[in-house]
Design a protein around this ligand. Sequence first.
Ligand SMILES: C[S@@+](CC[C@H](N)C(=O)[O-])C[C@H]1O[C@@H](n2cnc3c(N)ncnc32)[C@H](O)[C@@H]1O
Length: 373
Amino acid sequence: MFKPWLSLKSELDDRQAMAGGKLKKERAKHTSAPYLGGISFHKSKGQHILKNPLLVDTIVQKAGIKSTDVILEIGPGTGNLTKKLLEAGKMVIAVELDPRMVLELQRRFQGTPYSTRLKVVQGDVLKTDLPYFDICVANIPYQISSPLTFKLLFHQPAFRCAVIMFQKEFAMRLVAQPGDKLYCRLSVNTQLYARVSHLLKVGKSNFRPPPKVDSSVVQIQPRKPRPQLNPKEWDGFIRMCFIRKNKTLGSIFRLKNVLSLLEKNYKTLQALGCSQSTSIENIDIGMDISKLGHSNEDQSMEMDGGSDDEMELENGDDEGDAESEVSEFKDKVLGGRRDNSKRREHLSSHNRSFYIYFHYSTRLAYTSLDAES
Ligand SMILES: C[S@@+](CC[C@H](N)C(=O)[O-])C[C@H]1O[C@@H](n2cnc3c(N)ncnc32)[C@H](O)[C@@H]1O
């Protein structure tokens, strides 16, 4: 039976050869880490090794690897997935943080026909310049899910696809569709740059040690060409769209504070002579929604996505108040007060097809995220 995780026993033997005191100190440093048949896996590094060979086979098979593919693996650990990737593709580049795992990988494949086709890079994948690769297949440490996803989405040249194990809750947010409860900034931003689909649910018992959470394997296929946006401007805009829980886009874009920020940006763009066709990639217009009362909000795409839903406007107006102050600008944003049907179409709730209404804050255009699907 395929039990390579046990081969790490040699590492323990090495460590036992250390002076007794040194070994005790080493263990004391990781008292929370379970000590399993040869190596201590560190929770802090998200070390949950895939122990089910059938699952490994399924992941590799679903990835659709070609024999000519250069594969990126993130966090190869003891190499259970790596071995199958080496069998399927032309070359595996594996980025691993933990030097003990790097050593183990080298030992495991040394002197085998795979050794010339495996390149192990030791380091933090988030700080590593990634090389060219066709496909990424990985069982990652969940704590880097969000930054890693965006690192991959911005990687150039774009790869064909990534098949990644995530914490189930994170995966569900990635693939959530307009109208789903979990639909959030993470879903919008990921789906802007890629097609995402859920491939597989994975229970805790498939890992050693078992994690506290369930997992899911997701496929990410970058859109080509990648949409060209000013990321700061886009992020500010999307934050606005999700500024209030269970609110329609229509009601959000009627809020006085939102309107005044958009109007300010509109005037800035007008002053700069921008038109729909003008490139505004390099213009830093203010999409700082902290001015709406969220200065402490984390700028990252949180793993739990919680703040997407929980943001509240400190000084936000009631819809009623805002309604009473109909300005010419508001009329523009709402798409023409007299044309109610058009307005309803543009400013429908999150429960309907999610047309991101892009007026006046950006390019006087709107983007349909699901037009391609
Ligand atoms: C969930 S384990 C997966 C191990 C192996 N791929 C498997 O499926 O059995 C995650 C691996 O990622 C490594 N790791 C943790 N943080 C990392 C980082 N920032 N960059 C690269 N590797 C990392 C851990 O040391 C660990 O080996």
